[in-house]
Design a protein around this ligand. Structure first.
Ligand SMILES: Cc1cc2nc3c(=O)[nH]c(=O)nc-3n(C[C@H](O)[C@H](O)[C@H](O)COP(=O)(O)OP(=O)(O)OC[C@H]3O[C@@H](n4cnc5c(N)ncnc54)[C@H](O)[C@@H]3O)c2cc1C
Length: 390
């Protein structure tokens, strides 16, 4: 019998684990992290490496360790402070952020609690949780934390799904598992999307296939430093959020607070440079319909804009916003009568408890943590809330 099982070993699950062990609330022999990958943070590493993201968007105090200055201390120890951070918010370089994660994982011996597998069912026996892995093995625990992310549900617009029905059409979502590298795709390529992932991807492709990359976006570039105003990290905006008892209203506050489809100023400057150097083409317009014929994809755009032809289409349209882990969670919601808002997401208490000894983190915690829930900052808030309550 275990004390704690964390389902999901991404940024969220690992941050919570690091807080549980780092604050000595749990010993590693009483903790298990269940995740289908070989090692922690796989989705994070794959997604960020694929788009060639040099720096995080979030500042240096947002990382997976308990001490907010842990990353800065790590960098000082390694003596590469000049290249470790970018700009006035000291945004960490991805490589250093990942090295620091590795150190935190090692220090807390989190790989010793790692159990590779996919959770297929969660049920209750008395006051304990029975977690079924790969439809076969069962593990018993007093507490369960659900840290399932959205990274495995890429969003496909309807017209792109239809296009994909042509087997030969070169249509991918940037976060498709089947798309391992951008080096292997066939140019010319059109990147669809206008946010930070789209721009990182387009800039990366413009290096690989200069002059053969188009970034197709449906709105002017939106420039914001962060995913949401930093006021959402503290009482400035969170007080009103917590005073709002209507969860439908909380969802609206989250949607409004997110700077969706936005990019940072320095990326905007890089785009301008790539366009000036004729490595990248920017096209505005919304796809209404798409056709495939003899190796060519034709994109029909809004407002009678000329049709855009391309060989490869790369979607950077983010993730499906519906409840993550639906197949696993729906029977659990039903059996345990767990409260959900109209949007399908959990209604939890301040300690992020959804039911007795059942906790959530990340996207699943956003009706309590607010617009930052899915980010590293949100992972820290979730970990703090859970640890504070035990
Ligand atoms: C390209 C990119 C850049 C980003 N940059 C930043 C940034 O700079 N700063 C920032 O704060 N945030 C950033 N984010 C947002 C956020 O921090 C990341 O998306 C983060 O990786 C989300 O972590 P997660 O743990 O929720 O999800 P995941 O990394 O997807 O982890 C969830 C894990 O749960 C596992 N799982 C799911 N179902 C089950 C099951 N049934 N059984 C067992 N395991 C299961 C999954 O396989 C996965 O390994 C970025 C996101 C992306 C995509």
């Amino acid at each position: 019998m275990l004390d704690w099982i964390i389902i999901g070993g991404g940024i969220q699950g690992i941050t919570v684990a690091s807080y549980l062990v780092g604050s000595k609330k749990v010993t590693i022999d009483n903790l298990m992290i269940i995740d289908p990958h070989d090692e922690p943070l796989t989705n994070w590493k794959v997604c960020t490496r694929k788009i060639n993201m040099p720096f995080l968007r979030s500042p240096f105090i947002h990382h997976i360790d308990v001490d907010p200055f842990s990353l800065q201390k790590f960098v000082r120890k390694k003596r590469h402070e000049e290249t470790a951070f970018y700009g006035r918010y000291k945004r960490p370089n991805l490589e250093i952020f990942n090295e620091h994660c590795e150190e935190v994982i090692q220090t807390n011996r989190l790989k010793e609690c790692w159990s590779k597998g996919y959770v297929t069912d969660i049920s209750k026996e008395g006051i304990h949780w029975i977690v079924q892995v790969n439809h076969s093995q069962q593990v018993k625990s007093r507490n369960v934390i659900l840290a399932l992310g959205l990274s495995e549900q890429p969003k496909w617009p309807g017209w792109a799904k239809t296009l994909k029905e042509h087997n030969e059409a070169q249509v991918f979502h940037i976060f498709d598992e089947t798309l391992e590298s951008l080096h292997t795709i066939k140019p010319p390529v059109t990147v669809v999307g206008g946010g930070i992932t789209a721009v990182h991807t387009a800039l990366h492709l413009a290096q690989i296939f200069p002059g053969e990359v188009t970034l197709l976006k449906r709105h002017p570039f939106r420039l914001f430093d962060f995913d949401s105003n930093p006021g959402w990290l503290g009482p400035k905006y969170m007080r009103a959020f917590h005073h709002t008892t209507d969860f439908k209203e909380r969802r609206q506050m989250i949607v409004q607070a997110r700077n969706r489809g936005s990019i940072t100023r320095e990326l905007y400057v890089k785009v301008k440079t790539a366009v000036r150097e004729k490595r990248l083409i920017i096209q505005n317009g919304q796809v209404q319909k798409a056709d495939y014929h003899l190796g060519k994809i034709d994109l029909y755009l809004s407002e009678a804009l000329p049709t855009l032809s391309t060989t490869t289409l790369l979607l950077t349209t983010g993730f499906d916003q519906s409840l993550p882990g639906k197949q696993l969670l729906q029977p659990l919601i039903h059996a345990q009568q767990l409260k959900c808002s109209e949007c399908g997401y959990p209604i939890v208490n301040h300690q992020l408890q959804w039911g007795p000894n059942l906790y959530v983190a990340g996207a699943l915690a956003e009706l309590e943590i607010g617009p930052t829930a899915r980010n590293v900052a949100g992972a820290r808030k979730a970990a703090e809330a859970i640890v504070r309550g035990i």
